[in-house]
Every structure is written in C-alpha cells, then in structure tokens.
Design a protein around this ligand. Structure first.
Ligand code: PLP
Length: 441
C-alpha cells in the first residue's frame, strides 16, 4: 500500500474547517471507508495525489473531463480567455457561442439559459415549468439525483443514496409535499399518479439515463411513455442530461436514443421532452451548466417573462471558453474511443468478478457503466439498494492500492475519457483480478 500520510494530514486540517473535511459528501470516502486522496495534479487519464502516488482516474470529476485532464486545447482556450479578464458582469461573445453550440447539437432546443451548476439548471427548469403551467407538483423517480434542490432531494441517488438517507433534513414538508416520488422504469406508477393528481402536476423530471443509483438505462418505451402521459395531462417533461449530455453521444442521451440503430431505437415518436438540463461536460471542468427548450417556453423567463432566474457568474467567460473547447473536442472518434474503452474495462471487470465468484451485474448507458454487487438486473432504485456495498468497498480499496481510482461509492457511474490510452487501460485490467478476489473475501 502506498504512503497516504500527506492526504491524511490534509484531511485532518480539512475536517477542522470544513464539515466532514470535504466540499461534496461522497468525496469523504464514507461509502468505502479510509482516507480520501487529496489530488495535487491531474493530466490525461491520471491523478497524482499529494503523496506522489499516481492513479488511473475513473471518476473524471464525476463526468466533465471527457477529453482527459488538462487537455492542451482546453488549457489554451482557458489561458487565452483568462488573460483578457475573468468575469465581466456584462454579456460577452463566449456565452453566445456556447449557447449556439448546444442548440445546434440537441435538435429540439431553440434556446438555452446558462447557469453555473447542474443544481441551478434543474432548480431553474423546475421553476420555469411551474411558472409556465401554473401548477406546483412535480414527479421525480427514486434513485435519480438532480442536484441538491429542496424539491428534488426526496429519495435521491448519488450521495443521498451512498449515505442511505431517505431524504435530507432541512427540506420543509411543504416543499417535499409537492414532490411525488415514483419507481424508475415504472410507467404504470406514472399513469396512476397522473390519474390521481394530474391537474396539479407541473412536470415530470427524469435522468435521461440514470447514473446516480449506478447506471440504469431507461427501459425501452419508458421515456416515450413519459412523453405521452405528460402531454395528455398538460404537464411538461424535463429530461435531466446533466450527466448524459454530450457524453452519451454528441447530442447526449437524446441523440443516443433517437439515432437509428441506437440501443433503444424508435426515439420519441410523440415528441421530444419540453425542457433539458445540462452541466458537467459542457463546462469542461469549470462551473457552467444550462437549461433550455422551445423558445415559447423559455420566453417565460426574465427579462422577457415573469419567471425570475439570474446569476452573477452565469455565462462566465473562462468557463464558457473551457466548455466550448471541450465540446469542439467531442468528435465522432472520441465517442468511438469511449465506447471501446468502456466496453473493454466493463467486460474485464465482469469477467474478473465472475472468476472470483462474486455476484454482480454490469450495466451500461452508452459509455457510462457501473458494476452492481448484486445479481441483476437493476431496473430501479430498490434493486440497486440490494447490493453488497461492503464487497464494493473491498473491491474499491484493492483497485486503489493497485493504482486505479474508482468513484468511492457503489451508487455511481464509472467515467472514461479520450485520454484513457493503452497504458491506462492495461493498469485497470491488471488491477481487476486481485480486486475481484478481495471483493469475494
Ligand atoms: N443532475 C444530474 C443527473 C447529476 O448527475 C447531477 C450531479 O451529479 C446534477 C444534476 C447536479 O449537478 P451539480 O453537481 O453540478 O450541481
């Protein structure tokens, strides 16, 4: 095992001045135990911690680093832009260019509003949906995570799942009371909720493909069914593509599903979602996110309409430059590479666990993938909750000791990048058999 003394010392310092020593809960390693590694630098597919140990990175900053760390084109764009100033508080050209790039990629979008985090994107999309429909209830799915928005924290995935919290304290009953939580991939439950409260429901929000309870793709026909049911009741459909956007295809999960020959061919015959939310990849590792939809719907937003939404750093010039450079690097060959690498690593992980006799299920949504430590299939949160998280913890630490940094939770997707080359992949493949045996122990 490598030296972790510098990370441990930093963690100690951090705990004195920051709750739990971290600025986002899953980073604290509570789901797997042990000391989180404090990273000093990152380049390509590799992280280097403060003790000088290198790890192949399968977190990719939880999604954004699709080109790998410190990609030269993004670095160049950031340096050049920053040399002209950091934030103006006035409109600037990069914001227009990034909005144009996003609108050009995702066909149903006519307009987007830029914000600084995925949480802001979903919070604002929800406010817009409520403002546009004059209704207040919202449907979300258990195990889906849409950021730490009051109304959307009920039965959420990601950190809320990692810590097995049903809900967060501090969310008023009035906010939670407007949220109807249903099982993912269960259209009958959606029909029943609309039969009962259809007139009150402003929107259904769904992860385009769920990645925050581990990876659970929508069952064939699920998104299409949501579209049909919401349209019949005058409610909006919000597709949260914060994680899947520009990762699952050049136009996100939307493009992946509608592409001829995609895993769920048939697309959206009843029409596209009304609103989309984006983050992660579109900021290239900087704080940039967006929500958008048809122009008539977006016209409800201030300054054109009565739904207020704003941000001091929204459309920040440096963040938008990083996002633009990243999206421009998202070429067809990048997606081929992501598919190949995720296929190779996923299959090897599954083989190693099978060899070691560890019950598991590998699931994918395009190049996002995760291993559930349970017999599958996993179609909804209650299935994911049945997994052996202690086995995952042993697997995680054996991988870490062998130089591979997985997300420190059994409820998260693994992310690869354009920088995961042969050396990185070989390192992962070499680590897997030992980690599988550790999981079996
Ligand atoms: N929506 C989804 C699907 C996410 O995966 C996340 C973050 O993981 C969010 C929203 C929230 O984004 P952020 O962490 O940038 O606030």
């Amino acid at each position: 095992m490598s030296d972790t003394s510098q990370s441990a010392a930093l963690f100690e310092r951090a705990r004195a001045v920051t709750p739990g020593g971290v600025n986002s809960p899953v980073r604290a390693f509570r789901g797997v135990g042990g000391t989180p590694r404090f990273v000093a630098s990152a380049k390509g597919a590799w992280l280097t911690d403060v003790d000088g140990t290198r790890y192949v990175d399968l977190i990719s900053s939880w999604g954004p680093m699709i080109l790998g760390h410190a990609h030269p084109d993004v670095l160049d764009a950031v340096a050049q832009t920053a040399s002209r100033g950091f934030s103006f508080g006035t409109p600037s050209e990069n914001e227009v260019a990034l909005a144009e790039e996003i609108v050009a990629r995702v066909e149903p979008l006519e307009q987007v509003r830029l914000v600084s985090s995925g949480t802001e994107a979903t919070m604002s999309a929800l406010r817009l949906a409520r403002g546009a429909t004059g209704r207040s209830a919202v449907v979300k799915f258990a195990g889906c995570y849409h950021g730490h928005v009051d109304a959307l924290l009920a039965h959420a995935g990601s950190g809320v799942a990692t810590f097995a919290l049903p809900d967060s304290a501090g969310v008023p009953a009035s906010a939670a009371g407007e949220t109807i939580v249903l099982p993912y991939n269960d259209l009958a439950a959606v029909e029943a909720a609309f039969a009962e409260r259809g007139e009150e429901i402003a929107a259904v929000i769904t992860e385009a493909a769920a990645g925050n309870m581990g990876v659970v793709p929508p069952a064939p026909g699920f998104t299409e069914g949501l579209r049909r049911i919401t349209a019949a009741h005058g409610a909006l459909l919000i597709s949260d593509e914060v994680m899947t956007g520009f990762r699952c295809s050049p136009s996100g999960w939307y493009g992946h599903e509608t592409r001829a020959g995609g895993e769920h061919p048939g697309g959206y015959p009843s029409g596209a979602p009304d609103l989309f939310t984006f983050g992660k990849v579109m900021g290239g590792g900087f704080p940039a996110a967006a929500f958008g939809g048809r122009a008539d719907l977006m016209a409800h937003l201030a300054p054109d309409g009565p739904v207020y939404q704003a941000g001091t750093l929204s459309g920040n010039p440096v963040a938008t430059a990083a996002g633009l450079a990243t999206l421009r690097g998202c070429t067809p060959s990048l997606y081929d590479h992501l598919a190949e690498v995720s296929q190779t690593i996923g299959a090897a992980a599954s083989d190693a666990l099978t060899q070691a006799g560890v019950p598991h299920t590998l699931q994918r949504a395009s190049s996002m993938f995760s291993v559930f430590f349970t017999d599958g299939p996993v179609e909804r949160y209650s299935d994911a909750q049945g997994q052996d998280t202690a086995a995952f913890g042993r697997f995680f630490h054996a991988m870490l000791d062998a130089g591979v940094h997985l997300p420190p939770s059994a409820y998260e997707s693994w992310f690869v990048s354009g920088a995961h080359d042969d050396e990185a992949v070989e390192t992962v493949l070499a680590a897997l058999p030992g980690a599988a045996r550790a999981a079996a122990a």
